[in-house]
Design a protein around this ligand. Sequence first.
Ligand code: AKG
Ligand code: FE2
Length: 184
Amino acid sequence: YNLDDATSHVADTTASYLRLMKYKVPPAPPAADHYAGIGLLAHTDKNTVTILGQNDVQGLEIQPKDDNDSWVPVVIPEGAFVAIVGDALKAWSNGMVHSVRHRVVLRGEKERYTWGSFLMPKDDSTIEAPEKFVDKEHPLLYRGFTYAEFLSYFVSTLKDDALDVFAGLSTSPDVDDRDQLAVN
Ligand SMILES: O=C(O)CCC(=O)C(=O)O
Ligand SMILES: [Fe+2]
């Protein structure tokens, strides 16, 4: 892919903020209830890309694509950063990159500190896959939308599958048939 035009478009329309997070040590005995040790519930990031760094306490876990049952710990080497793709980049790339579900689980006896740099589209920029990402094998997955619209939908519903519900385009003929029936 020649991304020159498209990437400069995204770079022009990006905002970012930095957030520091502190995760307390879970109360002892650990795992007293289902949520003990959960530092951050499972979610996908809604922005374009998040870059995370941490102190020496691990805890980030990701869910493999198309697998709602397992969690894989991400071991971040000291001084390294992790980049997490968010829903906005997934939509813009027409699903070429995946916004992975992730969570934070605390198991040790030390506090975990992380910092995250959250890159976001500007509120009024339109997120729509460039034509070069769309073809017969890769039909358009999401309609165009502005980041502000998407975010306010997410904040008002807190649906974790907000992207699919808000902007997902059905490519299944069955659903089209059902719509037809409803209209007729
Ligand atoms: O602190 C972490 O390791 C993850 C933070 C995170 O996923 C988020 O803030 O969206
Ligand atoms: Fe996150």
